[in-house]
Design a protein around this ligand. Structure first.
Ligand SMILES: CC(C)(COP(=O)(O)OP(=O)(O)OC[C@H]1O[C@@H](n2cnc3c(N)ncnc32)[C@H](O)[C@@H]1OP(=O)(O)O)[C@@H](O)C(=O)NCCC(=O)NCCS
Length: 140
């Protein structure tokens, strides 16, 4: 499996992956136009895991100049537990660090079990108990 940057043409393959990924909620922002706009705003940061030309994993990444934000970490079931997610994360962190962004956040649904298992065991990442996330604009 190799890691490469996500490009706008990956949209339909990613939607297919994300639809089949438990714990991941698709949003209007995942439609093709906002998806492409996000990539243009954060060039080279979102990553695909590619197995012989088939897209089997993803991590969307961007930053606001201060903090990095990670979304849609997903690996297709047959390719899990092979270190793919960890490699996606390490590479995204490396690319963010090149732009001066060291601190990153990820929002994980409480009942997304595999995702919680992944983030819990990672060294250097800790769940926040001191913050409540308030959101506006659209449904949760
Ligand atoms: C979470 C997810 C991305 C992990 O992908 P992955 O490629 O299997 O993860 P890795 O192989 O890099 O796992 C690294 C470590 O995380 C832990 N881990 C990962 N999945 C786990 C699971 N299902 N149960 C327990 N520990 C797990 C293990 O410690 C693992 O190391 P090990 O395999 O040597 O024991 C994948 O399970 C997935 O796509 N889940 C659904 C996605 C989701 O909920 N996304 C929400 C958006 S953030």
């Amino acid at each position: 499996m190799r890691i490469r940057s996500v490009v706008p043409a990956d949209h339909s393959a990613l939607i297919e992956l994300w639809r089949h990924t438990e714990g991941l909620r698709l949003r209007p922002e995942d439609e093709a136009a906002p998806f492409a706009a996000y990539l243009a705003r954060n060039p080279g940061l979102s990553l695909a895991l590619d197995h012989e030309g088939v897209l089997v994993g993803s991590l969307m990444a961007g930053h606001d100049g201060r903090r990095g934000y990670l979304q849609h970490l997903a690996v297709a079931r047959p390719y899990r537990r092979q270190g793919g997610a960890r490699r996606l994360l390490d590479e995204a962190r490396r690319r963010l660090a090149e732009q001066g962004i060291e601190k990153c956040h990820v929002f994980v649904l409480r009942d997304a079990d595999t995702s919680q298992a992944f983030w819990t065991q990672l060294e250097g990442w800790a769940p926040r108990t001191d913050i409540t996330v308030y959101s506006t604009g659209g449904s949760r």
